[in-house]
Structures are given as structure tokens and as C-alpha cells.
Design a protein around this ligand. Structure first.
Ligand code: HEC
Length: 120
């Protein structure tokens, strides 16, 4: 079972990295919010079990249920603490599961960890 999950995750990582390279040419602001290998690497020191699949799930929540009432809230202008509070407050509003909430939290942390100097 564990091996199966690992295999699926590797395939996702492989697919994402191969299509990532073809996308690089026209990197828009929106594309820069898409998690990749750099974000996985940046978060693994804190959460060793995080895969690209986790971060993709988090991004799906961030860009899906979390935009029902307002636009995508800026990741980089808020501290980890502010995000923790906001996610705890917003998760019931967005009616997301605990798994989705966890993925969202790791996605936000990974994005921030991969770009420590970005503030907006
Ligand atoms: C049902 C509507 C609704 C949904 C769904 C929703 N929000 Fe919000 N959100 C609001 C409103 C209204 C505010 C502004 C008032 C406030 O801060 O409570 C807000 C404010 C925020 C803020 C700014 C708060 C701060 O203190 O900086 C962040 C960040 C945020 N939302 C993130 C999210 C995230 C992440 C999700 C998905 C889990 C989400 N929101 C889903 C209604 C919603």
C-alpha cells in the first residue's frame, strides 16, 4: 500500500516536472503560484512526508473553495502566524475537509519557504 502511494506520487512528480519545463517560457504571475519541485524541497525540512501531490491538493483548495467569497489572498504578504489564524477561521467557511486544510497549510508554507524574500 505504501509502495503504491509512493509510485503514484512519483508518476505525478514526473508528469508535473515534464510539463513544467515546457511551460517555463511564458511564466505568468498565476503560474508562479503553481507548486513544483522547489516548493517540495523547501518544505521537506519541516514536513518530510510532503509530496508534490500534497502541494497540488493545497493549491487546488487555495485557488478553488478559497476564492468563493474573495480573490486569492496574498500568500507572501502574510506571516505564517497570520496564515495559521486565517486558515483556522476560513476552513469552516469554505467547508473543506481536514485533509484539504492540512494540504492548504503545507502549500502556503511551502510557497513561503521557497521564496523567503518575496513580500507581495
Ligand atoms: C464564505 C465566504 C468565504 C470563504 C469560502 C473563504 N473566505 Fe476568506 N474571508 C472571507 C471574508 C468575508 C473575509 C474578510 C473578513 C474577515 O477577515 O473575516 C475573509 C478574509 C480572508 C483573509 C484575510 C484575513 C486576514 O486577517 O488577513 C484571508 C487570508 C482569507 N480570507 C483566506 C481564505 C482561505 C485560505 C480560504 C479557504 C480555506 C477562504 N478565505 C475562504 C470570506 C470567505
Amino acid at each position: 500500500m505504501k509502495l503504491q502511494i509512493f509510485t503514484v506520487a512519483s508518476i505525478v512528480v514526473f508528469m508535473a516536472s515534464s510539463c513544467g519545463s515546457s511551460k517555463k517560457a511564458g511564466s505568468s504571475a498565476e503560474a508562479s503560484l503553481t507548486p513544483g519541485d522547489a516548493e517540495v524541497k523547501a518544505i521537506q525540512g519541516k514536513y518530510a512526508d510532503v509530496t508534490l501531490q500534497t502541494l497540488n491538493e493545497g493549491y487546488a483548495v487555495y485557488s478553488g473553495p478559497c476564492t468563493k467569497c474573495h480573490g486569492q489572498k496574498n500568500i507572501f504578504s502574510r506571516t505564517e502566524q497570520e496564515w495559521e489564524k486565517a486558515i483556522n477561521r476560513m476552513a469552516p467557511k469554505a467547508k473543506i475537509t481536514d485533509v484539504q486544510k492540512d494540504a492548504l497549510w503545507k502549500y502556503v508554507l511551502a510557497m513561503k519557504a521557497a521564496r523567503p524574500n518575496q513580500t507581495k
